[in-house]
Design a protein around this ligand. Sequence first.
Ligand SMILES: [Zn+2]
Length: 288
Amino acid sequence: MSRTAHEGSLTGKVALVTGGSRGIGRATALLFAQSGAKVVIGDVDPDGSEVVEAMKRDGGEAVFVKTDVRDEGEGRLLLDCGPGVLARIRELDGGWPRVDAVAITHFHLDHWGDIVPWVWGSLYRFGDLVPPPELWLPQGGLALMHEFADRFGLPHMFEQAFRPHEYTGGTAFRAAGLDVVPLRVPHYNVETYGFRVSSAETTLAYSGDSAPSDQLLRLAREADLFLCEATLERGDLDGDPRGHLSAEEAIEAFTASGARRLLITHRPVELPLDPGLEQAQDGLELEL
Ligand SMILES: [Zn+2]
C-alpha cells in the first residue's frame, strides 16, 4: 500500500546521498525516504532520476542532482555571507543559490548574517531543492549556532539547511573541490581568519577583516589574486587594537606579499578610491 506522505524518525530532515543511483547508495537513499526524510541524490549516473521518481510515486520527497565528487575545482565556494548576499546571489543565479560550500572568517554579523535567512528559506521551500552546502566555521562556531537557534529559531535549524563543519587555524580543509587554508589575522579582539584558497593551478588569498600585520603578508604571499579589505579612510581612524586597513595599507600589504593582482573589497561606496585600483562589485567575474 502506498502512503501519500512519509512520517518517520527523519521527518523534516534533508538527507544528501552521493552515489545514490545504485547499489548501497540507492538502498540508503530509499531507507532515508521511508524514514520520512527529504532526499537529495547526487550521482554521476543519470539513473538517479529513476530512483527519485520511485520515491515520489511512494509519496516521498526527493530530487536528483547530477554530481561528480571527483570534480577538481569546479564547485562554488562562498567566502563569508553578510547581509544582502543571499538576495544578490538569488538575482544572479535566477533562483536559490547553487553553492557547494560557505566558509565564514569570523562572527561579526556583516560576515555571516545572511546565513540566518538562508536557513529559513531552506526550511520552507523544496520544489527546486539543491543539496545543502557545507558550512565551514571557526572553532566554537557550532556551539554559537546552536545557541542562536535555541534563542531565536528552532533547534538544529542550521543542520537542516547546511552541513556544518569547524575548521582549525593553519589546518587545510577541502571545500567545493578546492583546498582552503585558514590563517588567523588580527581584527580587534575577535577571533578572525583569512583564507588561502587553491585549485591545482591558482591561489586566491582573501583577507577577511584584518589590521596591517605580518600574518596578512603570509596569507597573501605570492597569491594569484589578493582579495583584500580596505575599510578605512585612514589607518589612524582605526581602534586600538587595530582591526582594518586603509586603501594605502592594502596596497602596502599587496606589494610586500608578492601577490600578482589586488582586488579591493569591504569598502564603503561613500569612500573614494583611486580609480587605478580594481574594486570588487556584485556579480564581478574574473579569469585567473
Ligand atoms: Zn569584522
